[in-house]
Design a protein around this ligand. Structure first.
Ligand code: ADP
Ligand code: YYY
Length: 418
């Protein structure tokens, strides 16, 4: 079967604008009626779809990221790059990400870029043209000569029940047991030698964890978007409660973080997932003699990962109660998770006052209201334990008193010196 024929079983999703509904279509051997949405997608110029190919999941994820930067850099004026995904409707793990390249340039410049990519190999390119009857036809110019003659029609497809970008989250973006995240870093240890250091740290903590008894003091996690006041509050809580302050990712991974932040989601999220297991071992150790305050933990890992993976609007997130929001069964559960919530205006005011360098993701947060809404909503949907939302707009002392009230209510903890 030709490569193109294989893609005929799949549905394509293209998002022209993340705020609007995506366009869904399939490839078929029979023509279809004219369709306004498809006309809007195809326009009058030439169109190409490009997918990276890879032998395994690490290579595929990295090839996709490289393809994106190559296309973004080489794209001539008049051309437009659109994110696309092909999938089998409602079938888990069937999503393949790629791009559409719309060429409305006078010189058909995208063709040169695409030809160059084809020559380099490791990409799958299809060409879309307008037929005489106004149909859109798809062909694979790199296929066997006999197959090259074969054309498929582009036909509209219905929207699936589950948004396609939720299909691959489990074990690609969010990991529900340590061994799954561990395996990802094992698989990339040849291309990212730093992975070995992470795996060794996890191993060392796990060995130690076996000799630690059940926790006795409360473990309180403080969550929230950047600049919601986590650092300020966790330091105050540490003093007020005589607590031990921990972070996820833990300090021992801080020097490796920039390396993994530059990798595609599969690898980056596996790194953060493992960071939580190292922090968990530290929590288990410290909570035997004092209350523990943790600045970020699994809620952050899952909420950012889900919000990045799910494209478009908040409505595309997996529904409340989905297995995606479940806590990993092998990760130490905190006693309480508090989510600091501030208005978008107050958060921006704090960010601008701080004037520090922001991570790329945080800069994106600033301009990407949609993304921030998704992170916030994903935080709130995570279960067992769910988070308690705290209004963090008031002054630092007011927020501290509010949180101390919540903690004391539950645990009857004394403030040192009281
Ligand atoms: N309750 C608050 N009211 C006003 N400003 C605050 C408050 N809490 C923190 N800030 C200020 O906002 C900025 C971000 O706070 P920070 O604690 O570093 O947030 P995070 O750790 O969540 O990124 C800092 O400049 C801090 O001084
Ligand atoms: N436990 C954690 C902590 C952070 N992350 C990820 C989620 C986001 O991509 C970034 C946010 O971290 P960032 O450095 O911006 O946060 P702080 O400013 O340190 O509060 O890290 C995670 O996945 N798991």
């Amino acid at each position: 079967m030709s490569r193109l024929a294989q893609w005929c079983s799949r549905v394509f999703m293209v998002e022209i604008n993340q705020k609007t509904e995506p366009i869904y279509f399939a490839l078929s051997s029979t023509p279809s009626a004219r369709n306004k949405e498809l006309e809007a997608l195809f326009g009058s110029g030439k169109l190409f779809s490009v997918h990276a190919l890879g032998d395994d999941r690490v290579q595929s994820a990295r090839s996709h990221a490289h393809l994106k930067s190559a296309l973004t850099e080489d794209l001539p004026p008049g051309c437009q790059l659109l994110d696309t995904a092909s999938f089998l409707p409602d079938v888990k793990n069937s999503l393949v990400r790629g791009f559409f390249l719309r060429d409305n340039s006078v010189l058909s410049s995208a063709e040169r870029v695409v030809t160059h990519l084809r020559q380099k190999g490791s990409v799958c390119v299809f060409t879309y043209t307008r037929g005489q009857n106004g149909d859109y036809l798809c062909s694979d110019e790199a296929d066997e000569p006999a197959e090259r003659e074969r054309r498929y029609y582009v036909t509209p497809a219905p929207a699936p029940l589950r948004h396609p970008s939720t299909l691959n989250i489990i074990n690609s973006d969010v990991f529900y047991q340590m061994k799954d995240a561990y395996k990802v870093l094992q698989e990339c240890s040849d291309v990212i030698p730093e992975s070995k250091a992470v795996l060794e740290l996890v191993e060392a903590q796990q060995l130690e964890l076996n000799s630690i008894h059940d926790e006795r003091f409360p473990v309180i996690v403080i969550e929230g978007l950047d600049a919601t006041g986590k650092t300020t509050l966790t330091c105050s809580l540490q003093k007020a409660l005589g607590a031990v302050l921990l972070k996820s990712p833990p300090q021992c991974l801080a020097h490796l973080r920039p390396r993994f932040d530059s990798e595609p989601p599969l690898i980056r999220r596996a790194f953060y997932a493992l960071g939580n297991y190292i922090t968990a071992a530290q929590i288990a150790r410290e909570s035997s003699h004092a209350p523990v305050i943790a600045d970020r933990y699994w809620h952050s890992t899952a909420a950012y990962a889900i919000a990045t993976a799910v494209s478009g609007r908040e409505e595309n997130l997996p529904a409340v109660g989905s297995e995606i929001y479940e806590w990993p069964h092998d990760l130490l559960r905190p006693s309480m998770v508090l989510l600091l919530s501030v208005s978008p205006e107050e958060r921006l005011r704090r960010l601008s006052h701080r004037g520090l360098d922001k991570t790329e993701e945080e800069s994106q947060l600033e301009i990407n209201h949609l993304f921030r809404r998704k992170v916030d909503e994903a935080y709130k949907r995570i279960q067992n334990p769910a988070c308690i939302v705290v209004d963090a707009n008031p002054s630092p002392d007011h927020v501290l008193q509010q949180v101390l009230g919540l903690i004391r209510n539950k645990y009857n903890l004394q403030t040192p010196g009281h």
